[in-house]
Design a protein around this ligand. Structure first.
Ligand SMILES: [Fe+2]
Ligand SMILES: [Fe+2]
Length: 143
């Protein structure tokens, strides 16, 4: 499997966790919503770490490039981390209205972020690091 396929598939897996959170909330099941949210947040934070601690570092080393798309993605991760914390707070206080008020904007930001990676950055990463594809996919799996 290619690095970019692996990471794209991971975006989809995070999305499906989130869909289960929304489903549980629509049924008024806060306990289930919190459980599913824990899965969503830990999967998403692991994904960010795979990018920030491995792929982006290796990519920057290979290109000698600092700043640029990698810095933009890292900045968006920090915005998203903040929104995820707010969402967690809304679930703890069992406030579905507050949750949906924040989650709409969070999902727009996340989907745009993922699209930029899938359409641009992952292709650049695949081109630069493709020679080490299997080694890097193995490392990603072990995160
Ligand atoms: Fe990202
Ligand atoms: Fe990503």
């Amino acid at each position: 499997m290619q690095i970019k396929e692996f990471m794209t598939q991971d975006h989809r897996e995070c999305d499906s966790h989130f869909a289960l959170v929304e489903e549980a909330l629509q049924e008024g099941d806060f306990k289930k919503a919190q459980e599913e949210f824990e899965k969503f947040i830990s999967h998403t934070l692991r994904h960010f770490a795979q990018e920030e601690e491995l792929l982006f570092v290796e990519f920057s080393n290979a290109t000698g490039m600092s700043g640029g798309p990698v810095e933009v993605m890292k900045y968006e991760h920090s915005q998203l981390r903040g929104l995820l914390e707010q969402l967690k707070g809304a679930l703890v206080s069992q406030n579905a209205q507050e949750f949906f008020g924040i989650s709409e904007g969070m999902m727009i930001l996340l989907q745009q972020h993922n699209m930029k990676e899938e359409q641009m950055l992952y292709n650049m990463i695949q081109m630069q690091l493709g020679g080490r594809n299997d080694e890097l996919v193995e490392k990603l799996k072990n995160f």
